[in-house]
Design a protein. Structure first.
Length: 859
């Protein structure tokens, strides 16, 4: 237990900590240590309060080859801190056998962040949730006698402490804590336990205090946080996770207001529509948080990435973990999200001196209108918020008039000039980045450079129906799946047979019977006499289901083979570890005159597939199991496919379009690219054609892709590919045609920007000229790579243009000089800036607020 004096001790403690280091210092190993602590306003680094902008990047959801670029893009986007969870099940699948190789190289990831000069927030958990298989717990923990997860239980606490200590020791040995000159300034123990602790009774309380003191005892030299844990014991800081955290207050006056998960979008389940969150709303939420005294804010996620292999949680979490994050699944910046948030971060940093110097003072400027001022002798910063979700407002503040768009915050870095408004986007956008390799986008096939897979070069191997492995075993009754497989495979066969003569009471017309199977989930394929006869599945809200189907039987012996499949183990909720899966029964045959209950018969069980055992996905040479016929069997269940392909040119990532395939898993050169399931479509309804950023956001407010496959494109990182020939292996569970698949690579499309006369001047112009208030709104465009030039103006209008990038159209009001002005400024240049004012374009419609919309092509 931590004593009551801990909080006050916390105020004076000086954790040894570091100053921000340069690459050469790190290389030379001469990084100075320094202190980190906190007070009621902020984290203190070297005794100084800091405003910190953080973003989550989960190292195993990308590749080490991608890390440096992702981190650099985060730094360029204005982040100070990279947050990651630690993924226990990856690191210690077998007790005491640790794996930190490749995508699991945590130390390398942390060092890469340090090399970029950024800090690290290490969320050890070791329960993490994160839409990750079993919430990050190794499934083997479930089999420890007497264990109860996430409560005051000795076997559980022993394991949790052992792993947490292991990670802390590793970090210490590499000098990665701030106190040692490393980048880690913060750590998390547990994860959102406060959301579920009610279910664990009084033991929850003692578990929380144990977890806190266990963590603190590891002596990392940096503060610990608990997310969503109202009763986090001192000195552990309780933090907020939500779409908005401006109303949050920590549980002690001595702790700073910290936001550890600001969800930039939401995760995608197979069978779901694709969620997105408008950047104006994210910026609004962040600005409100800083307005109301927050000092640490983390985007969950800044880069989401990919759930390779069987890493996705569930059930039913898709392979793409794109999340509509500022950096997309493939590692490309997503505009205007990334750019608008970068501008926001610059604006907030302009205010940093004032923000950290004092507490805020707020006043009302009218209904839903709030002004907040941070003022000291030397600095002044103000935030003007309009919380109305419909109406713009004009307010008077310090004797000056300000236009406040609905649902927006204006940031005044000197208490006079608006340097940023959350609803006014200056940043450029691009028609390609938004559409191309978004793994869910179906409509952009014209802009994808896709090439068909070669038809003739497929070979195949049949996966047997039912029992085919020597380690199958027979038990009476139906077994729960996870207890049986220990998640060694997604698949479990339940196999039995029945003899019929034709006059059994459970038969209809002598050969048919109504099969009923109840399953805890997630997916079931029923084979009768070797033939796929029925399928059943749950969904991401409810994995359990019951299947009823009329099946055909034949006189004599009938083989009944049930293939139960999991699609990511439950990762969230009270006692999520015990939810279970598989055919727990009953299994019955119903007829007009009677029922045959098969539930307590002997069943033969096989864990996993034959092809998994013989590692068909690894075969790079043609083993005898593979057949190359002139006709490729298609649309049949339980079949492995293999082809060779030359990697698409370039050094960027590729995607495989899985059109034509059913459900299964794919491997490129032996590395799993995850589960595929292009036939699982999003519901027809629930999507919006236009989603307003105004008003409170929730995860189902802005959905797209209704009625289409939840995920059709699957990421293949460039590092999975090699020169020359590459192997693609697929396991198809239900039936598909691999010759319909294609590759997709990203194409650079148009660049666009749309800026109005009311927008604030670009921040850089503001900072460099310091002509406070004098530089007006400006439209800026820059081709993505240094060797590109603007080659064509596809659209230019000053007046009242509307539409989105790629589909702008002229409004009623339109200056005749727009195209010429833009051509002169931009053609032949990599970047151009144009003032958005009537001085440049004349005034085509007096008294109307005008804007400039431009779309260009880069070559
Ligand atoms: C939070 C959790 C994260 C992630 C997120 C949703 O509750 O802490 O790990 O699951 O929700 O993406």
């Amino acid at each position: 237990m931590i004593g009551a004096g801990a909080a006050s001790r916390m105020l004076v403690f000086l954790f040894l900590f570091f100053i921000r280091f340069s690459d050469s210092e790190i290389a030379a190993g001469v990084v100075a240590s320094s202190s980190v602590g906190y007070d009621h306003r902020a984290l203190l680094i070297d005794g100084a309060r800091r405003i910190l902008v953080s973003g989550s990047i989960h190292y195993p959801r990308s590749t080490p080859e991608m890390w440096r670029d992702l981190i650099q893009k985060s730094k360029d986007g204005g982040l100070d801190v990279i947050e990651t969870y630690v993924f226990w099940n990856l690191h210690e699948p077998v007790r005491n056998q640790y794996d930190f190789e490749g995508r699991k190289d945590l130390v390398k990831f942390v060092k890469t962040v340090a090399e970029a000069g950024l800090y690290v927030h290490l969320r050890i958990g070791p329960y993490i949730g994160a839409e990750w298989n079993y919430g990050g717990f190794p499934v083997r923990l479930h089999f420890i006698p007497g264990i109860k997860f996430r409560t005051d239980n000795e076997p559980f606490k022993a394991e949790m402490q052992r792993f947490t200590a292991k990670i802390v020791d590793m970090m210490k040995q590499e000098n990665l804590y701030a106190s040692q000159g490393g980048p880690i300034i913060l750590s998390q123990i547990e994860n959102e336990y406060g959301n579920v602790d009610w279910a664990y009774g009084p033991a929850a309380k003692s578990y929380v205090s144990w977890a806190a003191s266990m963590a603190v005892s590891l002596d990392t030299g940096v503060p610990w946080v608990m997310g969503q844990q109202v009763d986090a014991p001192d000195p552990v800081i309780n933090t907020c996770n939500d779409y908005y955290c401006d109303q949050f207050a920590p549980n002690s006056k001595n702790k700073p207001k910290m936001w550890t998960e600001n969800w930039t979008g939401w995760f995608l389940p197979f069978g779901g529509a694709v969620p997105y969150r408008p950047v104006e709303d994210i910026a609004y939420a962040v600005a409100r948080f800083f307005q109301r005294g927050g000092t640490f804010q983390n985007y969950y996620v800044y880069h989401g990435g990919t759930n390779f292999g069987h890493s996705s949680g569930g059930p039913f979490i898709a392979t793409s973990y794109d999340y509509d994050a500022p950096i997309d699944e493939y590692g490309f910046i997503r505009q205007p999200k990334w750019g608008h948030l970068r501008d926001l971060h610059k604006a907030i940093k302009l205010c940093e001196a004032a923000l950290v110097a004092t507490d805020p003072t707020s006043s009302s400027l009218g209904p839903n209108l709030e002004a907040t001022v941070y003022k000291t002798a030397g600095a002044c910063a103000a935030f003007l918020a309009n919380r109305d979700n419909q109406y713009d407002a004009t307010v008077t503040f310090n004797g000056k008039l300000y236009h406040l768009p609905a649902w927006s915050v204006s940031i005044l870095s000197d208490c006079r000039n608006v340097v940023f408004n959350t609803a006014q986007i200056n940043s450029q956008t691009s028609s390609t980045e938004m559409r191309h390799l978004n793994s869910y986008n179906q409509t952009s096939d014209d802009s994808l450079d896709s090439s068909e897979m070669p038809q003739s070069q497929w070979s195949y191997a049949i996966e047997p129906v039912g029992i085919s492995k020597a380690d199958a075993f027979t038990k009476t009754g139906l077994l729960e799946q996870i207890n049986t497989t220990a998640d060694a495979s997604d698949y479990l066969w339940y196999s039995t047979s029945i003899e019929i003569t034709g006059d059994e009471p459970f038969l209809l017309n002598g050969t048919q019977s109504n099969l009923l199977v109840k399953s805890l989930g997630h997916v079931l394929r029923v084979f009768v006499n070797g033939k796929l006869s029925a399928s059943g599945m749950g969904n991401s809200y409810n994995a359990s289901f019951s299947l009823q189907k009329l099946i055909m039987l034949a006189p004599g012996k009938n083989a009944i083979d049930l293939l139960s499949a999991t699609v990511g183990l439950q990762d969230y909720g009270p006692f999520f570890d015990l939810w279970g899966a598989g055919v727990t029964g009953p299994v019955k045959l119903n007829g007009p005159n009677g029922t045959l209950d098969l539930s307590s018969k002997p069943w033969t069980y096989q864990i996993g597939l034959k092809g998994e055992d013989s590692r068909l996905y690894e075969t790079s040479d043609d083993s005898s199991e593979w057949v190359s016929d002139s006709t490729l069997p298609t649309n049949q269940p339980l079949i492995w496919y293999k082809t060779k392909f030359a990697a698409p040119e370039g050094d960027g990532p590729i995607a495989i379009n899985f059109t034509g395939m059913g459900k299964g898993e794919g491997w490129v050169n032996g590395q799993s690219i995850g589960r595929f399931w292009p036939t699982y479509q999003a519901p027809q309804n629930g999507c919006v054609t236009f989603c307003s950023y105004k008003g409170s956001f929730s995860s189902d407010k802005c959905l797209k892709n209704c009625g289409k496959p939840s995920q059709i494109l699957y990421h293949v990182p460039r590092s999975f590919l090699r020169w020359g020939s590459n192997d693609l292996v697929l396991f198809e569970e239900v039936g598909g045609d691999p010759t319909k698949m294609s590759f997709a690579v990203r194409e650079i499309g148009s660049l666009c920007a749309h800026v109005s006369e009311l927008h604030p001047a670009p921040l850089d112009a503001f900072i460099t000229t310091q002509k406070r208030g004098k530089s007006g709104p400006m439209l800026r465009l820059e081709c993505p790579s240094a060797n590109q030039l603007i080659s064509k103006i596809k659209f230019a209008s000053f007046g009242t243009p509307h539409g989105a990038c790629g589909s702008y159209s002229h409004g009623k009001c339109n200056s005749s000089t727009a195209l010429t002005v833009v051509q002169e400024a931009c053609i032949g240049a990599r970047s151009c800036s144009i003032r958005v004012s009537t001085e440049m374009f004349g005034d085509p419609c007096r008294g109307v607020t005008k804007s400039l919309a431009v779309e260009v092509a880069c070559l």
